[in-house]
Design a binder for this molecule. Sequence first.
Ligand SMILES: *Cc1c(COP(=O)(O)O)cnc(C)c1O
Length: 384
Amino acid sequence: MRDITAGRHGSGAQLTIDLDAVRENYRRLRRQIDGSVRCAAVVKADAYGLGAVPVSAALHAEGCEDFFVAQLDEGLALRSALPDASIYVLNGVPRGAEHDCSSADLLPVLNSLEQAHDWAEHLRRLGEPHGAVIQIDSGMNRLGLSRREVAGWVEGADRLSVLKVRLVMSHLACADTPQHRANRGQLALFSEAARAFPGLPRSLASSSGIFLGPDFHFDLVRPGVALYGGNPVPSLPNPMRSVVRVFAPVIQVRDANPGDGVGYGWDHRLDRRSRIATVAIGYADGLHRALQGRGAVYADGIALPVLGRVSMDTITVDASAISSDWLTPGSWVEVIGEHQSIDQLAEAMQTSAYEVLTSLGHRYARDYAGAVDPLCSTFSRRVA
Ligand SMILES: *Cc1c(COP(=O)(O)O)cnc(C)c1O
């Protein structure tokens, strides 16, 4: 524990992102699918908070050619780092931004007939063909063409022929629960609806969907969270390697008496004499207030329970189990690592591993282990 001194100033928490582990996870997912199936990477929301540029560069070096972002701006930012890769924009193109999308050679996901007609109109004006993806809603009721819109597409096929559709996709609502009946139902609906677009490559599975078996793989799979170490099948042991480590420094240690209150609102009252360590990480760093009374950090494998409310910049933990000369200001405690996975922290925060990752925030001293291009880690540190 005490040998963790990597924090650049030692004043805040340290986030380490292991890009070798991301690459290893990509290889592990590839082993789940047939060699003829493409494995894309979902790097939306800045690669779930881990840094879209360094993460994508690492995956590109591993052979990944297809990258999904959610928003046009995310795609534009990624394009300069990945000049040749296919970059797909899941939310589609906002009206009026068509030109930015086509000039950066991004592939919009068309989620409605309206988006399809707007994009087709843009391409007609542009006078050159350009790729696109069709999304069909197969039961999630979030994004994609309804069954009626699929029929409308077929009827209006002439007007839409300018679109060079590269992929037909849909998204599963319950893939993390393998026995859920929605999975087979969505598979059947998607297969049926995709027949309206004969000969086009198809895609249905994200991380969890990959583990539902080959019926769900089609021509391209779209993992996100599993690349970043999240467990794609929560009811089974995690087959992925952990990617993220978070350590935070202790900044003060004190003894307090039975009956004393701890933290805002005196939400916690001590029932015995306790040693309290204040750790420099708080809700601004993604430790949700739900950790109060439920969460812990680890010192040398010993759990130090969170006492009282989580503050913006600090938490107070019960360090009574550790001798006073061992845990002192400047000691580092583990928040995410060997003793606490992102899934375990998510459970303590009553949320998902996705939200743990995307909540991490921008205050950490970030370190990228295994960065492909040293510029990437410099760049990401600067923006962090
Ligand atoms: C976010 C997202 C993914 C990736 O999902 P994971 O569960 O993180 O693997 C794939 N496809 C779509 C449409 C998404 O929105």
